[in-house]
Design a binder for this molecule. Structure first.
Ligand code: CUO
Length: 393
């Protein structure tokens, strides 16, 4: 807390304002065509790498200001009924000065907008835990890096939205998210989930430190970390500003106290993931792309005149974002939603009339968007493990 207080006073190119602007506004990444865009990489297989390096940049800046600890992670996959005290307490006692001082993790100042960050916490944050772990497990189940990266990023988006809510100067805005120190406490956990996936890949005997599905991306410099020392004074992140250099976090100089998730070790996680494959599952498959705005996508699956709520996803965006589109589907498990509506996975095969979707997309300010800005999802049937289809022996 003392280190963050100091970092906020640091007006240098590696102070709080400068680091926060690496992610969103003021935009730092020039483009030949349309002026500068926000540097953060979303919707690409480099999302995990860019944000790993970014969390490290923040951690090393705090260490420069006297911190001797790592950036803590907030494990939002477990159950909780309030935010971590680190983020919410209003003040703390500083034994060095014998003073009670303001807790710097509560909010951040946004110089370019001359305002402070706000948290418009949504009640769902405290209600969706049992689902959150399932979404994370589905990400961890993916054995191909690019499939993992899509599921992983979309799960992480929800925390931005549920903490930031409908407020512009909040975690739910790509432009201003990183001005709220909660960003780094969240992203430290996001990074830990990637580390858990990497450990699972090792356990499964699969690649954990490369991405065969996106080799070209893995050798492209990540801005603004790769820029010169005037823009990024941190020689360590500058030197490692290529995704290939970021897979090995221990090589970057840090580790995690534990890679357990929801009390499960890596072998237990693997077992849980494998047992989840023993029943047939149905997914909605979305081909997502940047909308230039943060948005909430609610979807219902309909048969004849009957529509049932199947889920929602959150997209983090902003007008200054880099254009992006995933090259593969984000899968949202709708098996339970269908069952609750009395629809068995098998019914999808025998229905005489096709199942259709009702998709409602709301920008974070509440404005309804055209539901066709993203293609209607596909229905994906995944048979139980070892079965070719539902009625196979
Ligand atoms: Cu760039 Cu969480 O992704 O912010």
């Amino acid at each position: 807390m003392n280190a963050l207080r100091q970092l906020k006073k640091d007006q240098s190119n590696d102070g709080f304002q400068a680091i926060a602007s690496f992610h969103g506004l003021p935009a730092r990444c020039p483009t030949p065509a349309e002026g500068a865009v926000a540097c953060c990489q979303h919707g690409m297989p480099t999302f995990p790498h860019w944000h790993r390096l970014y969390t490290l940049q923040f951690e090393e800046a705090l260490r420069r200001e006297g911190s001797s600890v790592a950036v803590p992670y907030w494990d939002w996959t477990g159950s909780f009924d309030k935010l971590p005290e680190l983020l919410t307490r209003s003040n703390y006692y500083d034994p060095w000065t014998d003073d009670v001082v303001e807790n710097p993790f509560q909010r951040g100042y946004i110089e370019s907008a001359d305002t402070y960050t706000v948290r418009d916490v949504q009640p769902e944050l405290f209600q969706r835990q049992e689902h959150t772990i399932e979404y994370v497990l589905l990400a961890l189940e993916q054995e191909d890096f690019c499939d993992f990266a899509v599921q992983f990023e979309v799960v992480h988006n929800a925390i931005h939205y549920l903490l930031g809510g409908h407020h512009e100067y909040s975690l739910s805005s790509l432009h201003y998210a990183a001005y709220d120190p909660a960003f780094f406490i969240h992203h430290s956990n996001v990074d830990r989930i990637w580390a858990i996936w990497q450990a699972l890949q090792d356990y499964r005997g699969l690649p954990s430190k490369t991405a065969y599905c996106a080799l070209n991306y893995m050798s492209s410099p990540m801005k603004p970390f790769s820029f010169d020392a005037d823009i990024n004074p941190n020689a360590h992140t500058r030197k490692h500003a290529v995704p290939n250099e970021v897979f090995d976090y221990e090589h970057l100089g840090y580790t995690y106290d534990t890679l357990e998730l929801d009390g499960m070790s890596i072998p237990e996680l693997s077992e849980r993931i494998e047992s989840g494959k023993n029943h047939a599952r149905v997914f909605a498959g979305f081909l997502l792309k940047g909308l230039g705005v943060s948005a909430d996508v609610h979807f219902h699956i309909c048969h004849q005149d009957n529509c049932v709520f199947a889920g929602y996803i959150f997209m983090l965006g902003g007008a200054a974002e880099m254009p992006w589109a995933y090259d593969r589907l984000y899968k949202h498990d709708i098996t339970d939603a269908l069952k609750e509506a009395g629809i068995q996975p098998e019914d999808l095969f025998s229905a005489e009339e096709p199942f259709t979707w009702k998709v409602d997309i709301f920008a974070v300010d509440g404005k309804k968007l055209d539901s066709h800005v993203i293609p209607a999802p596909t229905i994906i049937y995944q048979p139980a493990k070892g079965r070719v289809n539902f009625n196979a022996p």
